[in-house]
Design a protein around this ligand. Structure first.
Ligand SMILES: Cc1cc2nc3c(=O)[nH]c(=O)nc-3n(C[C@H](O)[C@H](O)[C@H](O)COP(=O)(O)O)c2cc1C
Length: 225
């Protein structure tokens, strides 16, 4: 059934999945998702990222404990929220519960993929000074999303997360990576989801789109709008 979905439907139903069954994930499937990640665009085709795939209990436990501590601090730091309506409140509460669940159970995910970004000089420089060509992480996150999309096409759940960065140095050291050479761009748990893929609530694109000039919402050629 999954196979019959077209690419747009596949993209539309890729969302954060944070609850997984105990069923293991074959390394070959993760390798296929990493092949898709490698096809992502990067500035100057520099392909800066390295992947550290954790499947053994000990490193998953170590990262899981750090993730929980990082999430505890993040959660406690959140300001009181106000909501426009019940839908918004419920959506936020669902995300909070799922995020808490992931923080308490990360080590149980069949695999955890760390997307590592090298600490290298980036950007240009000319006689007038430094040239802003975008940040290096702009060359890593497309690979993360490619990974998540490929996983979804195989029926695997993922969630792009970054809160581990709160304890990023400890996390890198726990898995034998030098914090002087790399930072963690993303931590992605991978597993067979307990829930179903579906289209997540989002603002309609019209609310974020301007045509030809800032503030113009009229779609070219769509008369009477
Ligand atoms: C840059 C970034 C950082 C994120 N960090 C975390 C995180 O640390 N923990 C977590 O549970 N989810 C994290 N998320 C997932 C978001 O909460 C999720 O994408 C958002 O709530 C939409 O979820 P949905 O697609 O299921 O609606 C992160 C997402 C992004 C893009």
């Amino acid at each position: 059934m999954e196979e019959s979905l077209g690419p747009i439907e596949m993209i539309m139903t890729t969302r954060a999945m944070r609850r997984f069954t105990d069923e293991p994930v074959a390394p070959e499937l993760i390798r296929r998702c990493l092949a898709a990640a490698q096809q992502a665009p990067s500035g100057g085709n520099v392909q800066p990222q390295q992947y550290l795939v954790l499947t053994e209990p000990a490193p998953k436990e170590a990262i899981g404990n750090l993730y929980r501590r990082a999430f505890d601090r993040y959660e406690a730091s959140l300001p009181e929220r106000t909501f426009r309506n019940d839908d918004q409140r419920q959506s936020w509460e669902r995300t909070s519960r799922a995020s808490r669940h992931l923080a308490d159970h990360l080590a149980e995910a069949p695999a955890i993929v760390l997307f590592l970004q090298p600490l290298i000089p980036w950007g240009g420089r000319d006689a007038d000074g430094s040239l802003d060509i975008g940040r290096l992480d702009a060359s890593v996150y497309p690979a993360v999303q490619n990974f998540c999309l490929a996983a979804r096409s195989l029926g695997l759940g993922t969630a792009l997360t970054t809160v581990i960065r709160v304890l990023g140095t400890e996390a890198l050291e726990a898995v034998g990576v030098s914090p002087a050479e790399y930072e963690i761009a993303a931590l992605v748990p991978v597993g067979w989801p307990t829930g179903h893929f579906g289209v997540a609530p989002r603002k309609p694109p019209e609310k974020a789109t301007h045509w030809d000039r800032w503030g113009n919402r009229d779609v070219p050629g769509a008369s009477g709008q």
